[in-house]
Ligand binder design. Structure first.
Ligand SMILES: [Zn+2]
Length: 153
């Protein structure tokens, strides 16, 4: 068997990354608790955001809205990363963890150690980024041309 059709990580590696992911998750949860204790007022708001965003939309603390929004953004970012971690843990269970979802090759372990939530190898990620940049450039050129034409009038 010179060629593996369906590459996957060894059990040992999967276990290793599972503990790494669980460790990361613990860190985030600990960081959330840590930031809460720094300010009692902020804590309540922050926890409210965590429980349900709709809560403070109906609350009439409108003047406080901007700061609330900032802490929500932060919570959302942390929450999103937690979701990525959960998804990665899910992939470990399905034994698809560490396999690039584009080219189906194994992602180098060094990369996974740096970014355990990665779903693409560096090559495929770069390729995606390059395409996105190109799209963005075309979009910008179009917008610029549009603006230029309006100024000519
Ligand atoms: Zn790939």
């Amino acid at each position: 068997m010179a060629e593996q059709k369906d590459p996957k990580m060894s059990k040992k590696d999967l276990e290793y990354f599972e503990s790494l992911l669980l460790e990361k998750r613990r860190e985030i949860v600990a960081a959330q608790v840590g930031s809460s204790s720094s300010g009692a007022f902020h804590t309540q708001k922050h926890q409210m955001d965590m429980v349900g965003y709709s809560n403070h939309l109906t609350a009439d603390a409108a003047s406080d809205y901007t700061s609330l929004e900032t802490s929500f953004d932060l919570a959302a970012r942390e929450g999103k990363y937690l979701i990525y971690l959960e998804e990665a843990l899910q992939r470990i269970k399905q034994e698809t963890f560490g396999v690039c979802k584009v080219c189906k090759k194994l992602i180098p372990k060094a990369r996974l150690e740096a970014v355990p939530t990665a779903t693409k190898c560096v090559n495929c990620k770069e390729e995606t980024k390059r395409k996105e940049r190109e799209d963005h450039r075309i979009e910008m050129a179009r917008a610029f041309a549009e603006q230029h034409r309006m100024q000519q009038k």
